[in-house]
Design a protein around this ligand. Structure first.
Ligand code: DHB
Ligand code: FE
Length: 283
């Protein structure tokens, strides 16, 4: 049986890739951010998940605003990145896990989630930056990745209660897969931020920290927010919190917080790194 061993929240902003490519990790601006990562990297290197299910939002590389799936899942054997115009290195191909992807896709559609199923899919910074952050030097070749995309760019977007339910359905799908695989789940993006308009640059530290607390102990409370609530409280791109909520949904049973590092601002965002260990419910 496949088993979800834990969940991780992390920022995905392109400026991180730029800092890594230019060796800026120890500079005063970046140090408090990068100092959070070694315990999470150590955990991944110790636990050695076979598969990462990675919730992210595609910011326009694969799905532009003319075609926007609400939820999409990759079922390919390999994924490629391409230049998005951020001036950051394009990363080497990412290996997929098509058997488990198809199992999850089938199970989700059966469960009432009308997924867009992608046999080809370019992956953007929402996926690539977190992989390189966890395995610097593009050393993620040994893990297989299942991309799951949530629309956070163009209204109407799925609401937190729906993205949490998607996570729960993926959690059930993984538990019903008959191969022995260790799975970790990443929720990338957020936290509070707004990139344009009058409120560009807003960050709500108190709210971000409350969200991290609730992701541990009371995730259902986060499903009470609408996306418009999130826009008001956490900025227009604060809706990226949906990826963190989806990640938490997959962790059905008990979780234990092993590590956290909140730091703001990083570029325009509040950055919330958290590692949750998962204990499966007793049968
Ligand atoms: C930034 C934030 C994002 O969520 C993103 O996708 C790209 C850039 C930023 O703050 O720089
Ligand atoms: Fe983003």
């Amino acid at each position: 049986m496949a088993n979800i061993i834990g969940g991780i929240t992390t920022s995905h902003i392109p400026a991180i890739a730029n800092a890594m490519a230019n060796g800026l990790e120890e500079t005063p601006y970046w140090k408090p951010f990068f100092d959070g990562y070694p315990p999470v990297r150590d955990w991944l290197n110790e636990k050695k998940p076979d598969v990462i299910i990675l919730f992210y939002n595609d910011h326009g590389l694969e799905f532009f605003i003319d075609k926007k799936p609400t939820f999409a899942i990759g079922v390919a054997d390999e994924y490629h990145n391409a230049d998005e115009g951020w001036g950051i290195p394009t990363i080497p191909p990412v290996t997929g896990e098509s058997d488990l992807s198809w199992h999850i896709a089938n199970s989700l559609v059966e469960d009432g989630f009308d997924m867009t199923i992608c046999q080809e899919m370019k992956v953007d910074h929402g996926l690539t930056v977190p992989l390189n952050l966890m395995w610097p030097g593009y050393n993620y070749g040994h893990v297989k990745v299942i991309p799951v995309c949530i629309n956070c760019e163009q209204h109407p977007m799925p609401q937190p209660k729906r993205t949490y339910a998607l996570g729960q359905a993926i959690g059930r799908a993984v538990a019903s897969f008959d191969q022995d695989l260790k799975v970790a789940v990443f929720g990338t993006g957020g936290m509070s931020h707004q990139l344009d308009g009058e409120r560009a640059g807003i960050i709500n530290r108190e709210f971000d920290i409350d969200c991290l607390d609730k992701l541990v102990s009371d995730p259902e409370a986060l499903t009470k927010y609408s996306n418009l609530d999130l826009v008001e409280i956490a900025g227009a791109q604060g809706v990226e919190l949906n990826m963190l909520i989806a990640m938490r949904g997959t962790l059905i049973g008990e979780v234990k917080e092993l590590h956290r590092n909140y730091h703001a601002p990083i570029s325009n965002t509040g950055s919330g790194l958290m590692l949750l260990e998962h204990t499966m419910p007793k049968k």
